[in-house]
Design a protein around this ligand. Structure first.
Ligand SMILES: C[S@@+](CC[C@H](N)C(=O)[O-])C[C@H]1O[C@@H](n2cnc3c(N)ncnc32)[C@H](O)[C@@H]1O
Length: 288
């Protein structure tokens, strides 16, 4: 059921220094949002802050918010934002990757805790005022689960758990890469398979309609944004930065790591251009 810890380590355990070379300075490993989607004139760093602001608004985080939970918190970029920009008095995040968790702890953020654990085993010690989850749902269903028709049940179980960790009337800011279509030629299909099985083993991107159907008993979709061009732009920046560090990456992590990540990011750029994949952000209100 979902990516195992060993599979998650394949995706995120290459090395914190490796990802630091090509992500933004706060290490968001998810789609950024540009204010102007014609020119995309802001830097990746600014666009990542825009994304965190929008999702904070989707989760209704404000001066009244006492506590925030980040499900699948990565290297802690959003924990940092909640603790230092939104100044939330109690922030907690968890990730399944030990490397990421070490990085969250090393940030030494005020009023923030982080753990390395699976959401399937998480028991909230308190009911949170707001919850956020930025591109973690892609790890809930394996390709085999999807083929066996289990996707909606697994997403529903996830929404049930998130609902149980929060107070009545609270909001959930959710972001997900979504699956829209499949390529038509062999090379593109092979490239998509490479991303699925080599870079993100055990993971599959959800269909937007499956997420909505699965959320219904627990959450109401009050706002939804499709941001496909923004993920094209984000992955273009990541590949550009990766290529600028080719020599160092090959020296430290080997030629194959560079080749695999260059292929994966090139596939992402094309898949967002061609609408094989999109990016959706949701503001979900808890149903009580
Ligand atoms: C694409 S990364 C996104 C990280 C972060 N939210 C960001 O915006 O940079 C997906 C995250 O989901 C986490 N994750 C995957 N499966 C998980 C699970 N079963 N339980 C908890 N976290 C999980 C990974 O460890 C990783 O931190």
């Amino acid at each position: 059921m979902g990516s195992s810890q060993a599979e998650v380590e394949v995706s995120y355990g290459v090395g914190n220094e490796f990802f630091r070379l090509w992500l933004d300075e706060k290490m968001n490993y998810t789609c950024a949002v540009w204010k102007d989607q014609e020119k995309f004139s802001e830097s990746l760093e600014e666009a990542q802050l825009n994304k965190l602001k929008i999702l904070s608004e989707f989760a209704h985080i404000g001066p009244h918010t006492e506590s925030v939970l980040d499900v699948g918190c990565g290297w802690g970029a959003n924990l940092d934002y909640q603790a230092t920009v939104n100044k939330v008095p109690a922030v907690h995040g968890f990730t399944l990757s030990e490397e990421q968790w070490k990085n969250c702890v090393a940030r030494d953020l005020p009023n923030t805790t982080a753990t390395c654990q699976n959401y399937l085993h998480y028991e909230a010690p308190r009911k949170f005022d707001a919850v956020m989850s930025i591109c973690m749902v892609e790890h809930i269903v394996t390709p085999d689960d999807a083929r066996a028709g289990k996707a909606v049940d697994l997403y529903r179980d996830y929404f049930r758990r998130v609902h149980s960790w929060t107070k009545p009337g609270t909001y959930f800011g959710l972001q997900a890469i979504t699956r829209c279509g499949v390529p038509r030629n062999r090379q593109d299909l092979d490239d998509m398979r490479h991303s699925t099985y080599t870079i993100f083993p055990g993971a599959v991107t959800p269909r937007v309609e499956d997420l909505i159907v699965a959320s219904i008993p627990y959450y109401e979709v009050v706002e939804m944004k499709a941001r496909r061009p923004h993920y094209r732009e984000t992955t273009w920046h990541w590949r550009d930065r990766l290529r600028k560090h080719e020599k160092e990456i090959v020296q430290k992590w080997g030629k194959q790591v560079f080749v695999d990540y260059d292929r994966y990011l090139s596939t992402c750029i094309k898949s967002f251009e061609q609408n094989w994949q999109s990016l959706h952000q949701f503001s979900l209100k808890r149903l009580d």
